[in-house]
Design a binder for this molecule. Structure first.
Ligand code: XIL
Length: 374
């Protein structure tokens, strides 16, 4: 009798433990970013060279738990992947794509044609046929290599000025704005199923917005495929306004393309007074080491965390309001230790712009974003 009772008792405990454990797993899953927003949009992150090459277990577990899309922070830029006319370097890009497949992620290619981080051999090609051929070889080789595996391409990056006119670059000087159509046509032919995106910063600005609208309409009028506009989203605590961002989401969506936020981060540090945008060539050496420009070298204050949380809450509230128009929100980095904003536009600062801190711990901002789905 006692034996039977014991057995019954232990069975009961085992059953309770089983259900408890199941419950916990469920609870944990539904509180991750990718699970919470799975019916709204993809949640992506950018991976640095170190992160692609290293099998850091802390990083790997956070990556697969929280994110379902990735972008290579630098390793597919022209200077990295095609450093000389006849030399392609695919080692890191291959690893990056394998990583995305291992975790079943949406894999983004960044970026095919960009004036910045361009290989030196391409900087001075002055003949339009040679330049067009070089772009063709570049796009065909890379896009075909990853056909069916890289699902979205940032085809052209940052072709516009702040007033919506075309940026002066070697591409534009030599080929005029036809380099954009050329690039999109080639990408579409190389992988007809890939989603093709025009990507740029400050796309909330009304003048730049008008420039993008013109650019997209121009491609569409020529029957050239473009699937999306990527708003980089390098923002700050103060701006841009939610209204400006919203107006751009609506304007781009009205063109029949999807909007993605491709490089989201929110700087909490003071910026040099005349800095606007995210042009990577800008740098302010005179401020290096100036403590006024680096107010949180150890950790962000509680009030800073609260401000950041509120800003992210407002931003994600807007994203949710327009989730039918948005297909992806990608953070420009996994955690604060990795962010490019530790070194841009001033070298050697300690920034705190993401949802995870330097120890991979979720911040208050993480909770405020998740709370929107509870
Ligand atoms: C940045 C990287 O994060 C840095 O590591 C690199 O030194 C410079 O480029 N717009 C873009 C991204 O499209 O490719 C840039 O990435 C940030 C601005």
């Amino acid at each position: 009798m006692t034996n039977k009772l014991y057995k019954l008792f232990f069975t009961l405990i085992a059953v309770i433990a089983f259900f408890n454990c199941n419950n916990n797993t469920k609870k944990e899953d539904s509180t991750t970013l990718k699970e919470s927003f799975k019916n709204d949009f993809l949640i992506g992150t950018a991976l640095s060279n170190l992160q692609i090459n290293q099998t850091d277990s802390q990083l790997a577990s956070l990556l697969k738990k929280e994110f379902n899309a990735i972008t290579p922070e630098n390793d597919m830029k022209w200077e990295q992947i095609h450093p000389q006319k006849d030399t392609f370097y695919f080692d890191v890009a291959d690893k990056y794509v394998e990583l995305g497949e291992k975790y079943n992620m949406h894999i983004v290619g960044h970026t095919l044609v960009w004036h910045s981080q361009l290989a030196p051999w391409m900087q001075n090609v002055k003949d339009s046929i040679t330049l067009a051929n070089n772009i063709e070889n570049h796009i065909n080789t890379i896009v075909k290599r990853y056909k069916g595996r890289i699902e979205t391409w940032d085809v052209v990056n940052e072709a516009l000025n702040e007033d919506g006119s075309f940026r002066t670059s070697n591409f534009h000087e030599v080929m005029g704005d036809s380099f954009i159509a050329h690039a999109f046509k080639l990408a579409a032919a190389a992988d007809p199923d890939a989603k093709l995106v025009y990507n740029d910063y400050n796309l909330w600005k009304p003048e730049k917005r008008a420039g993008v609208v013109k650019l997209v309409k121009n491609l569409q009028a020529q029957g050239i495929k473009i699937d999306g506009v990527g708003m980089q989203a390098h923002w700050s605590l103060e701006g841009p306004s939610i209204k400006d961002i919203e107006n751009s989401i609506i304007a781009y969506s009205n063109l029949g393309v999807k909007v993605s936020f491709t490089e989201l981060d929110v700087t909490v540090l003071p910026n040099p007074w005349d800095l606007d945008g995210a042009a990577v060539e800008q740098s302010y050496e005179q401020f290096e080491g100036d403590p006024k420009m680096n107010p949180y070298p150890v950790k962000l204050t509680d009030s800073g965390q609260t401000q950041l949380a509120k800003r992210y809450e407002d931003i994600f509230n807007l994203f949710l309001k327009h989730k039918d128009k948005i297909d992806r929100v990608t953070f420009w980095g996994v955690n604060d230790g990795q962010t490019w904003l530790n070194n841009w536009p001033i070298n050697g600062r300690t920034n705190h712009p993401l949802l995870f801190d330097r120890n991979f711990e979720p911040k208050k901002a993480y909770n405020s974003v998740l709370a929107l789905k509870k």
